[in-house]
Design a protein around this ligand. Structure first.
Ligand SMILES: [Zn+2]
Length: 428
């Protein structure tokens, strides 16, 4: 990374910082594999270009920038003493296909803006700061989320190296092609004894702040999720020849199970989604012999999530029995529910109060996953949510935020970090 060629911008007010943070989101939106849209996946040429660009911004904000063994881009800002521990700030720089420009990206730009302010004032805190642009949160390429933050948290699993992308390229080969050593990804891990905590700013990806007329909120925790591959096996047959009563139609069993997901989710106050369904043989004149479908179920606690799944499962088994189908299940992914840490959350609340004058900031439970849930294995975390426009849509091009809200978010994030510094006591 090049050294900063000019000093960080003089403190010129939150609005200027917000305009610049949003301009940077626009710049990264142009670093895309998709024509007319945004797509930036792990270990792609776009990932490398985004890291190079983010590295320049980290250095402009007074940090030393480097790419770690997992391909995360990181910047470090020194603390008051050489052996000071670090407060980690971050979010992700990868995207889903045809993404919005703020999911993840804005959180990294807010963190860089805040460190730029500290640098402009020559401020040194009792801890150093490390800003991380995580390389893989969405899990688009290899089907496993949070690869970048798991590497930093020290929970990287060597078995993941055998995961393959849609073209059959393994994670091992993709790391090597990117210039990284697959055997050394674990080197990206931080030592938990040296980490004060983790703070992440992120767009809400929902309408609650918008509906409440509030620009910012504090995250109480992140929902636990389980994802399953489910299937109904019946018997294919001629769409004309087989009488209705004799059929073992796999799709109808799957459809009944999908409706059960909605019914249980509404009754139990959880969220459940069947987002994928494939029917075989898949012809207009053939009765479906097999239907494979996904289930994603999330709840505030692991116990609520598992109770909902047990009910869904019972109804799916019942639906299969009624149609003489075989129901099979396989667990694809588990993410335990996590809670933010009280003192860090209080610092975020304090930051929101300082920035907005709101004495009782709104608390939200995140239904989406975030890097914070992987980092929870390393250190306590807290999160700041920024209001989304357009009804709260995310993971699509209409994702939007207001520049005024981003200005408040930068002020709040800075005040939160200063509050952590004020209350933090080094261990003797
Ligand atoms: Zn995100």
């Amino acid at each position: 990374m090049r050294r900063a060629r000019r000093a960080a911008a003089a403190p010129g007010g939150a609005l200027e910082d917000a305009v610049e943070a949003m301009r940077r989101c626009d710049v990264l939106a142009g670093v895309s594999a998709m024509e007319g849209g945004i797509e930036r996946v792990y270990l792609s040429p776009e990932h490398a270009r985004a890291n190079a660009q983010a590295g320049e911004w980290l250095e402009l904000a007074g940090m030393r920038a480097w790419e770690d063994a997992a391909g995360n881009i990181r910047g470090s800002y020194p603390g008051a003493t050489e052996d000071a521990p670090v407060l980690v700030l971050g979010s992700h720089l990868d995207t889903v296909p045809d993404a919005g420009r703020y999911d993840g990206i804005l959180g990294v730009m807010i963190a860089i803006a805040v460190v730029g302010r500290l640098h402009a004032h020559g401020a040194r805190l009792p801890f150093g700061i490390e800003v991380i642009g995580f390389a893989d949160e969405e899990g688009v390429r290899f089907g496993r989320t949070l690869l970048g933050s798991c590497a930093v948290a020290g929970t990287w699993d060597e078995a993941w190296l055998d995961l393959a992308d849609g073209d059959g390229v393994t994670l091992r080969d993709a790391l090597a092609a990117f210039g990284l050593d697959p055997a050394r990804v674990g080197d990206a891990a931080l030592d938990p004894a040296r980490v004060v905590g983790y703070l992440e700013a992120h767009i809400e990806q929902g309408p609650l702040l918008l509906d409440a007329g509030r620009p910012l909120g504090v995250v109480s925790g992140i929902m636990g999720a389980k994802r399953f591959d489910l299937a109904m096996e019946g018997e294919a047959g001629h769409a004309g020849g087989v009488p209705m009563r004799h059929r073992r139609d796999a799709l109808l069993g799957a459809a009944t199970a999908a409706l059960a997901v909605e019914q249980v989710a509404l009754a139990e106050g959880v969220v459940g989604t069947v987002g994928e369904m494939r029917v075989a043989p898949g012809a207009a004149n053939v009765i479906p012999g097999r239907a494979e479908f996904s289930l994603d179920v999330r709840a505030a606690t692991d116990a609520e999530r598992d109770r909902a799944w047990a009910r869904i499962r019972a109804l799916a088994v019942e639906a299969a029995g009624a149609r003489r189908l075989q129901f099979t299940e396989s667990l694809r992914h588990v993410a335990p529910a996590t809670s933010s840490e009280r003192r860090l959350s209080e610092a975020v609340e304090h930051g929101i109060s300082v920035a907005t004058g709101d004495r009782e900031p709104m608390e939200l439970l995140s239904k989406a996953g975030h890097d914070a849930m992987a980092i929870a294995a390393l250190a306590p975390y807290a999160m700041l949510f920024v209001r989304c426009g357009n009804g709260g849509v995310s993971h699509q091009p209409d994702e939007s935020v207001e520049v005024g809200d981003v200005a408040l978010a930068i002020d709040a994030f800075e005040a939160a970090i200063l509050a952590v510094a004020q209350r933090w006591q080094p261990l003797a």
